[in-house]
Design a protein around this ligand. Structure first.
Ligand code: HEC
Length: 116
């Protein structure tokens, strides 16, 4: 029961964020979800849209420089390296080990490692 409630809260937070992103996108009918997100399990793409999209973009294209393009990340980094990056962050990226569950980080890393 309590799990259900917290999932509901999470999802509506995601919905609010998406609405506000869409509102300031200014691109008219621009789609919020790019092709690169289509192969992600639903819960993974939800986490991505809440926690990562602001810097890495709706299509993994990267919004704050070439280092933030993740479209071919699986060619450069292993799943373990990607999980480490998400957990610990780096110069321009905050660590997520306290805000995401191990399961969420694993889901993101598995999905991103497949991007080749
Ligand atoms: C505040 C902006 C920001 C957010 C939010 C963010 N990142 Fe990043 N990320 C960066 C930057 C900037 C880099 C490039 C390395 C650097 O300069 O620190 C990066 C690098 C990465 C890399 C390594 C890329 C490479 O080529 O080595 C991965 C993987 C990554 N981010 C995944 C994620 C995931 C998954 C999330 C969501 C949980 C996320 N990031 C959220 C800014 C962000």
């Amino acid at each position: 029961m309590s799990t259900k409630i917290s999932t509901g809260v999470k999802l509506s937070a995601a919905a609010i964020l998406l609405v506000s992103l869409a509102a300031c996108g200014g691109g008219g009918g621009k789609k919020i979800t790019g092709r690169e997100l289509l192969d992600a399990p639903m819960e993974v793409s939800t986490v991505y849209k809440v926690s990562c999209v602001s810097c890495h973009g709706t299509d993994l294209q990267g919004r704050i420089g070439p280092n933030t393009n993740l479209q071919k990340i699986g060619e450069r980094l292993s799943k373990e390296e990607i999980a480490k990056q998400i957990e610990n962050g780096s110069e321009g990226m905050q660590p997520f080990k306290d805000t995401l569950t191990a399961e969420e980080i694993d889901g993101l890393a598995t999905w991103l490692a497949g991007k080749k």
